[in-house]
Design a protein around this ligand. Sequence first.
Ligand code: TEU
Length: 535
Amino acid sequence: MAQPTPARKPSDWWRSAVIYQVYVRSFADGDGDGTGDLAGVRARLPYLADLGVDALWFTPWYLSPLKDGGYDVADYRSIDPAFGTLAEAEKLIAEARELDIRTIVDIVPNHVSDQHVWFRAARAAGPGSPERDLFHFRPGRGERGEIPPNDWPSQFAGSTEPVWTRLPDGDWYLHLFTPEQPDLNWAHPAVHREHEEVLRFWFERGVAGVRIDSAALLAKDPALPDYVEGRDPSPFVDRDELHDIYRSWRRVADEYDGVFVGEVWLPDTERFARYLRPDELHTAFNFAFLSCPWEPDRLRASIDETLAEHAPVGAPATWVLCNHDVTRTVTRYGRDDTAFAFATKAFDTPTDLTLGTRRARAAALLSLALPGAVYVYQGEELGLPEAEIPRARIEDPMHFRSGGTDPGRDGCRVPLPWQHDTPYAGFGSHQEPWLPQPADWTSYAADVQAADPGSMLRLYREAIRLRPVFGDGPLTWLPAPEGVLHFTRADGAHCLVNLAEAPVDLPDHTGLLLTSGPLDLRGRLPRDTAAWLRV
Ligand code: TEU
């Protein structure tokens, strides 16, 4: 049984927030060098305020060699010069707050860049040194130590590359992602201390929250045993030690009224919910919903499971359709297989963008009507499709580590189109963007969409503006024809989504608040269309 919703405090903004993910490198280019930056974000704050979002989550903006888009952090206390300066980040945080928009930063505790001062020191200090204890260094196996210390699989989906790299001195070091991202040793107290100081550093600068990257991977079995599929506990996923780490982080966050959102990919919903206990993380991304196919029964089951798993711990759900790691929504929904899975990504997958866009519009109204927080990934509000990046221009290590079979994640990271009549679609006017924009990118430009009442941008704006009509009550399903989702929120508005073949009649209502597409001539809700009603 669901517990009663706890009384809302003013600082509970995150329980029902709309949070916009900014992939800084591709959002807006203020200095015109082809790379997005903080100046670009500051210039576009009015756009974000018009959209109506409550907070911005910035993917890592720290000093980084950008071997994995900034998820290889060389120094948490400085901003990468390609993006700006620390003083500018402080200004941005303050300016956003003036517009009632909070800031969430991204912390990557599983690993650092191989250019981080700790790793440089460890590399130089040699085998057996205390500097190496901050990471996982081990001698190899085999007669000459030529075999990696264990057989763990890479955490870059599709990668067959080893997770160990050998240094010239013979020692191997562990990296669940690329060799430029050595894993930290969370059994070492200095690693704990440093991260709590980094949290304070950013909370002191006015950030309201922190996203925790790869949050279920930090803790490792100190014996680093070989991986045995299905063995519990896993030597590196979802280990019990993690919960003490997050309890300790929570005490830091509470001093600042800060909130966490964990990147926790776990198939087991009970294990997932353990991260959301009242003294741990406030929220975590709902990847089950993101991965769910566009099918009525599966969506309804995913919503029910989400709400059921969150209720016992009193944490709000989150609703996510896309992010910087996955196939963009309009593309995914326009394919035969509308589920998301890293394993099924391939080049040249046939896509019907008209169909996908129609469904993505309905999905936007669905997720914005559900109880909890909603994440919007930059460009989702423009209905951008996944771009096909010419092979020679791909930068994502996921592509290379798959032996070139996985297209990688660059297709959802293409610099945004802002203006239809300036070079590079207004992203930045002097130099070609770091990733090429498709030829039709200007047709998605924000200025074109702002002027078109039927655009995705106008739908998002209107939906976010109207969203309070749902109130903050619990969800109740209502009877509906097969293939139709119909729910209300206590005494709030109703949401209907038609995923059936045939159009359906709307229930009796006093007001048609918003639809994701036109009703048919008889006033019925067509296939793949959603409506918000006052009843
Ligand atoms: O993603 C984590 C990540 O890639 C894994 O959780 C993966 O999705 C899963 O194991 C399935 O294979 C984060 C960032 O979002 C991503 O951009 C980074 O590349 C990655 O961490 C490394 O920091």
